[in-house]
Design a binder for this molecule. Structure first.
Ligand SMILES: [Zn+2]
Length: 245
């Protein structure tokens, strides 16, 4: 019997959605499709039209998509706006077109400004985290965890992902491997798996999603109110951020 892993509906008329656990605009393909009957149309609408959309338009995802020229779902070159104008992907890795806005155009023409700095900060970390939790729960469900994913300990993640309501601060870890980014920009494949979703279940209280998207690694606790285990931090590259939402 179908059952939505987010809103828990069992109405079998509302399961018409094909869902990619890793969104297509981040490189999710047929290998990342969630089995049928676990994700309802209503939740698809909520995530797709707002939460996920805002996350994918935010740092670090939009930068990754623009820098590497990963097209949108509608096969357009990605772009993003920031305070100095708009950055467009030129359709191939490492080529970006900068279009200054009116204010900065004048400054460039007059020679008062010669550089623009690409923003590297997440604006809506809550949307990014909710999208990461969604990916985490879907990873459990897709990995033969159809029973496990309905356990009560995942309710806070389920509720927060869908509604934005939570009781505690919720941290996640972002690691940016700039050495790998440089390789990908040059069109060289890094020698590691470029995309994966893994679940680490150290014990019942610590369950993490490890998501890799090219040069980005995320560690996301899937259970509420955990402190990120410092063991995980040992040996990580310097460009590691703990983001607390
Ligand atoms: Zn649902």
């Amino acid at each position: 019997m179908p059952k939505c892993i987010f809103c828990l509906t069992t109405d079998k008329n509302v399961f018409n959605t094909k869902e990619h656990i890793l969104p297509e605009s981040l490189g999710g393909g047929d290998w990342a499709i969630l089995p049928d009957g676990l994700y309802c149309d209503k939740c698809q609408n909520i995530f797709g039209s707002s939460i996920e959309q805002q996350a994918l338009a935010d740092y670090p995802f939009i930068n990754l998509r623009t820098l590497l020229g990963i097209p949108t779902k509608k096969n357009k070159a990605p772009w993003f706006d920031y305070m100095e104008g708009r950055l467009h992907s030129a359709g191939e890795p490492g080529r970006i077109i900068y279009e200054p806005n009116e204010y900065f155009k004048k400054a460039f023409v007059e020679g008062r400004k010669t550089l623009t700095i690409i923003p590297a900060m997440t604006r809506k970390s809550n949307m990014v985290l909710r999208t990461l939790l969604k990916i985490g729960l879907e990873t459990i469900a897709g990995d033969n965890g159809e029973n496990k994913v309905f356990e009560e300990r995942f309710d806070p993640a389920r509720i927060y992902a869908l509604t934005g309501q939570k009781k505690y601060d919720w941290p996640y870890l972002l690691i940016e491997h700039t050495d790998k980014l440089n390789l990908y920009i040059k069109g060289i494949a890094a020698d590691e798996e470029p995309f994966f979703m893994d679940i680490y279940d150290y014990d019942k209280e610590q369950e993490y999603l490890h998501l890799r998207v090219l040069y980005l690694d995320f560690f996301v606790p899937l259970i509420e109110n955990v402190v990120i285990d410092p063991e995980i931090l040992i040996g990580l590259p310097r460009k590691t951020e703990i983001i607390i939402v």
